[in-house]
Design a protein around this ligand. Structure first.
Ligand SMILES: NC(=O)c1ccc[n+]([C@@H]2O[C@H](COP(=O)([O-])OP(=O)(O)OC[C@H]3O[C@@H](n4cnc5c(N)ncnc54)[C@H](O)[C@@H]3O)[C@@H](O)[C@H]2O)c1
Length: 315
């Protein structure tokens, strides 16, 4: 990457997007953000706001996106409404942001002769495929409107590479966690909800029996993989899993957090949520091979950093 190339991060005011923005700024790159703040927050970029260009707007609007993408060499496309249960409650909103939005970003990227677009895909595309590690070549089996939308985005990425020569890479994130993940909505990621409940002395809620398992990945690993995906030639047109390759149940992750925080609260178990997957584990061989990806932050270390952040930034 050239020293002063221009980067666009869609969804840059969100959790993962703001970490990508931060990493780019730290490297001295020029960064533009396009975000409509539907789930993102100004506060996520407050410490960087004088070093970036921020455009408030919707990715589904072609004119807005075309303007935001002008002169950009690389796009990190993070904007989406990132929730399985919200997509079940609001399928139209999910379709508009996650399918029409991604299509519009791809179209604008093609028209603006962007070099490469790295897309935030999702492990939800796999659906229920046994308890083993998920491999990219397995047939997808989406179980929610959200999973369908993220999968359609992947297909569009691949087609834009084949048909229009736009370099794309789809990174299938497994469950990502870390500082700045918003715990405040019923649709928020489970680790952010567990931590904020424990820190305020409340019983955390578990949907189902807590024996469902996830491959939780600290956000710094995801940022690192994105930066690699922006340049690695072997990644073009590929779908690549991004996780830690470590299985942990929700009961276990809660126990780990209670140890770190020093609490012993009994969780409240509620009915399982429609659209949720039982087990999710990433095979990361392809990411290792094509991106040189090695997760540098382990689960416990990541949980500690995250707890520390919520302690300092609560409220
Ligand atoms: N967090 C995870 O565990 C996870 C897992 C798999 C995939 N992903 C994907 O990673 C990306 C980032 O997720 P996140 O966890 O940081 O979520 P987030 O909600 O914090 O960030 C998403 C950002 O996109 C913005 N946005 C949404 N719709 C928009 C629109 N129409 N126009 C402009 N901006 C819009 C939001 O305001 C927000 O700032 C998403 O594409 C999500 O689907 C996340």
């Amino acid at each position: 990457m050239g020293a002063r190339d221009l980067y666009l991060v869609t969804g840059g005011a969100g959790f993962i997007g703001s970490h990508i923005v931060e990493a780019l700024v730290r490297r001295g790159e020029r960064v533009r953000v396009l975000d409509n703040l539907i789930t993102g927050r100004h506060e996520n970029l407050a410490h960087l706001i004088h070093e970036i260009e921020f455009i408030e707007g919707d990715i589904s609007d072609y004119e807005t996106t075309r303007k935001a993408i002008d002169g950009v060499k690389i796009v990190f496309h993070e904007a989406a409404i990132p929730s399985v249960p919200r997509s079940v409650d609001e399928p139209k909103l999910n379709h508009e942001a996650n399918i029409n939005g991604t299509f519009t970003v791809l179209l604008a990227a093609r028209d603006a002769a962007v070099r490469r677009l790295v897309y935030a895909a999702s492990s939800s595309a796999y659906g229920e495929r046994g308890t083993g590690a998920k491999l990219e070549d397995q047939l997808p089996s989406p179980l929610s409107p959200y999973a369908v939308a993220k999968l359609v985005g992947e297909y569009y990425c691949q087609v834009f590479t084949r048909v229009y020569g736009l370099e794309t890479v789809a990174l299938r994130y497994f469950n990502v966690f870390g500082p700045r993940q918003d715990p405040s909505s019923p649709y928020s990621g489970v680790i952010s909800k567990f931590i904020t409940a424990l820190l305020s002395g409340q019983s955390p809620v578990i949907f189902g029996d807590g024996e469902q398992s996830r491959d939780f990945t600290y956000v710094a690993n995801v940022v690192d993989a994105n930066l690699r995906a922006a340049v690695e030639p072997g990644a073009i047109g590929q779908v690549i899993n991004l996780g830690l390759n470590q299985r942990i149940t929700l009961n276990q992750v809660l126990a780990e957090l209670q140890k770190i925080i020093g609490t012993d609260l009994t969780p409240r178990y509620e009915s399982p949520r429609v659209g949720d997957i039982r087990h999710s584990l990433a095979d990361i061989t392809r990411a290792e091979r094509l991106l040189g990806y090695r997760p540098s932050v382990g689960l416990t270390e990541g949980l500690r950093y995250t707890v520390e952040w919520y302690r300092e930034n609560r409220g």
